[in-house]
Design a protein around this ligand. Structure first.
Ligand code: F6P
Length: 307
């Protein structure tokens, strides 16, 4: 997100615009936490994870009164347009705000979940999957040396994109994703019929998939296959931080740059995205409308490659 903020600020300044950063997103907007940003304010942040402007999940902004207060502050600071960087929640807030107050907004997709329509990748996804891959490569060493089965739980409350991409990347034996109904029998069957005797097994689990929790799933597997020494690792928030990958920095820079130029061209109410290496725009309503598809060919490939 820092790389995207940097691009927004510098592009806006290039076009002689005045820029404010809003501390803690919508929550800060309600309280008038706007700070003027100069080119130097965004120096030396492109390599840092997270957002130097901070972020918050704002319950108050979900209310009409909260948005009315936010609009008062927008008027007070004479802000003409907004760039909102975030995911599903950020965009749903943006849709309400623009519908109620007509303020021009361009959204930039910033979420590790890669679950927005209208962009091949969201900012943070590439860094997150690389973090997962490097962690699971280390886990695989223990799994292989001790002949163990590891369930590795990754983020993705409603989305299996992280589990799928990183699962392919680490050569996982099985991947549980929310887009495909959990089928324990399928897993048991595959563990039983494993064509070659593998010393280690990695099962990737998207957090949203296992309502009962990875530990319960691990217990079930152990009851069925007591011969497997079964362990669980929950990777958690290490996936949301750290220095961003170069791909993420480039994507974030391109999207931030395009967001400002789009506002200057009079575009509004859209999410800027990248599809097939081209910048494109999708109505915010459509960006959050449906889950991004999981390619069935990928799922078939996972099955074949993990045999
Ligand atoms: O929304 C992105 C996400 O990474 C989800 O995959 C995850 O469930 C959630 O954030 C975690 O959010 P929090 O840090 O608030 O627990």
């Amino acid at each position: 997100m820092n790389a995207c903020i940097r691009a927004v600020v510098r592009t806006a300044i290039y076009h002689n615009l005045e820029v404010f950063g809003i501390i803690r997103g919508y929550e800060g907007m309600i309280h008038g936490a706007m700070i003027p940003l100069e080119s130097s304010s965004v120096a030396n942040i492109i390599q840092r994870g997270g957002t130097f402007l901070k972020t918050a999940r704002s319950k108050v902004f979900m209310t009409e009164e909260g948005r009315a207060q936010a609009y008062e502050q927008i008027k007070k600071f004479e802000i003409d347009a907004l760039v909102a960087i975030g995911g599903d929640g950020t965009f749903r807030g943006a849709i309400k705000f623009k519908d109620e107050y007509g303020i021009p907004i361009i959204g930039a997709p910033g979420t590790i979940d890669n679950d927005l329509c209208g962009t091949d990748f969201t900012i943070g996804f590439d860094t997150a999957i690389n973090t997962v891959v490097s962690a699971v490569d280390k886990i695989r060493d223990t799994a292989e040396s001790h002949d163990r089965l590891f369930l590795v739980e990754v983020m993705g409350r409603d989305s299996g994109q992280i589990a799928l991409a990183s699962g392919i990347g680490v050569g996982a034996e099985f991947i549980f994703i929310p887009e495909k109904k959990t089928d324990m029998d399928d897993l048991y069957h595959r563990l039983e019929e494993g064509k070659r005797e593998k010393a280690s097994k990695i099962i990737m689990v998207a957090e949203g998939e296992v309502a009962e929790g990875s530990f319960t799933v691990a217990k079930k597997i152990h009851e069925r296959f007591p011969q497997f020494d079964t362990k669980v690792t929950v990777l958690g928030h290490i996936q949301r931080g750290g220095s961003p990958s170069c791909s993420d920095r480039v994507l974030a820079s391109r999207l931030g740059f395009a967001a400002v130029e789009a506002l200057l061209e009079g575009k509004e109410g859209l999410m800027v995205g990248m599809v097939n290496k081209e910048i494109c725009f999708t109505p915010l309503e459509n960006a959050v409308k449906q889950m991004t598809d999981i390619d069935p060919h990928m799922l078939r490939m996972v099955e074949i490659l993990s045999l």
